[in-house]
Design a protein around this ligand. Structure first.
Ligand SMILES: [Zn+2]
Length: 417
């Protein structure tokens, strides 16, 4: 295989190989193996898509990220930070070097049906928690993710998150502002819907909105908080983007001021099946923070409620594939299955839990990992079976009492005689 040579800032030669995977080709660039540099990969920009001016701006941004000596460049970072810039033999900027993520899968794929049904609910909660930790790390160093979407997030077999495409981050360095110039409507707050992403478009608050949408989809069977089901099939359906703009969500009835005939999607359990602390964070983002963006909770506020949820999960007595919050009286996934008749997202906890690799150090590992905790199995019988058992017991009881009464009457008659 012919390896194309590229040159780092200090003259080091990197031999760039094939794409790291089929999905490693994006709109602006592609990610390639470096066979002679294990643990590293190269992002090469697409000169056929980006203009010379775009490449020039990207070069300045990546070089600033390298010069800035950010803590996000450390090995403990949750970001695939640039480690070197890449130039061709003419000295033209072409891309950058970053660390590779072992067995990393894009979160967008993890949310898709095929991989989601292989994930446990426990794993999805751990991913949500680790995502909040990663976003908190980025914000604590004054960066904004901007184009925040599952396509830009890699998740490994331990549910750890790595943010990729960090060259789209928004930040300032030495009085120069480096904007993020891309966004995807599904993850954008109302103020950025139908926008052209001009300078200063993004903020920590816009990231907080995207974080809440992604967590919602992780916990609620890949349901977007602003999609709904029409309870009147003749009524006109509004688009998801229109719902985001006007703040209409079937999960928060107070937002349906016009009394529209809408309900929660059948593939999604009710919000009440999550702890109130988690529900409140969704409400603060999507209702209180719909217009007042400063009311959207910071990433750090999600961590404890999600960790607590991960430690208070139980397994359904009917189907061990169903895992849910212990305070819910009957299995929400059984209800979803009955209502929607679609495959659920959850597989037995033994199917994916990794056991043979030491987890990377991060805040979540200092306590109990939400991904490795012991889930309680519910001891009670399913509701229908319980009623059946109860009625049987009552029947047997009545039969015994009846027999005693009969014997008593028989004795009275015999003794009377
Ligand atoms: Zn169930």
């Amino acid at each position: 295989m012919y390896l194309l040579p590229y040159y780092g800032k200090s003259g080091q030669i990197y031999y760039v190989g094939s794409l790291v995977s089929k999905e490693a080709k994006g709109g602006e660039g592609s990610v390639h193996c470096l066979p002679q540099n294990p643990g590293l990969v190269a992002k090469i920009y697409r000169c056929d898509v980006l203009s010379a001016n775009d490449i020039k701006q990207r070069a300045r941004k990546v070089e600033s990220m390298l010069t800035k000596n950010s803590p996000l460049a450390s090995s403990d970072s949750f970001c695939a930070w640039p480690q070197d810039a890449l130039y061709d033999s003419d000295g033209v900027f072409c891309g950058y070097i970053m660390r590779s993520v072992e067995q990393g899968v894009k979160l967008s794929r993890k949310l898709s049906d095929k991989l989601r049904i292989q994930s446990t609910q426990e794993e999805l909660i751990a991913i949500a928690c680790n995502l909040a930790i990663a976003v908190e790390q980025v914000h604590s160093h004054s960066y904004v993710i901007g184009d925040f979407k599952p396509d830009n997030l890699l998740v490994d077999s331990h549910a750890f998150i790595t943010i990729i495409d960090v060259d789209s981050f928004q930040f300032e360095f030495k009085d120069e502002f480096f904007p993020c110039k891309a966004g995807t409507p599904e993850w954008l707050p109302p103020e950025l819907q139908e926008t052209s992403f001009a300078c200063h478009s993004f903020s920590a608050e816009t990231d907080r909105w995207a974080l809440a949408v992604i967590i919602f989809k992780l916990l609620m069977n890949d349901t977007h908080p602003f999609t709904h089901r029409m309870t009147n099939p003749l009524a006109e359906r509004s688009s998801q983007s229109e719902n985001v703009i006007c703040g209409l969500s079937s999960h928060f009835p107070e937002t349906n001021r016009a009394g529209l005939a809408i309900g929660e999607p059948l593939t999604c359990p009710p919000l009440s099946t999550l702890p109130p602390e988690v529900c409140n964070l969704f409400r603060q983002t999507f209702v209180d923070g719909h217009i007042a963006d400063l009311r959207r909770p910071a990433a750090v506020e999600w961590i404890t409620p999600l960790q607590q949820l991960s430690q208070r999960l139980i397994v359904c007595s009917v189907d061990v594939k169903h895992i849910y919050w212990e305070q819910v009286t009957s299995c929400p996934w059984c209800a979803v299955k009955r209502a929607s008749r679609v495959p659920l997202t959850i597989e037995p906890p033994t199917s994916t839990a990794p056991k043979n690799k030491a987890p990377r150090q991060n805040p979540i590992q200092q306590g109990t990992s939400p991904y490795f905790n012991d889930i309680q199995y519910r001891n009670t019988q399913p509701k229908d079976a319980s009623i059946e058992t109860f009625l049987t017991a009552v029947g047997i009881g009545l039969a015994i009492v009846g027999a005693f009464v009969l014997i008593f009457l028989l004795l009275v008659v015999l003794l009377g005689v």
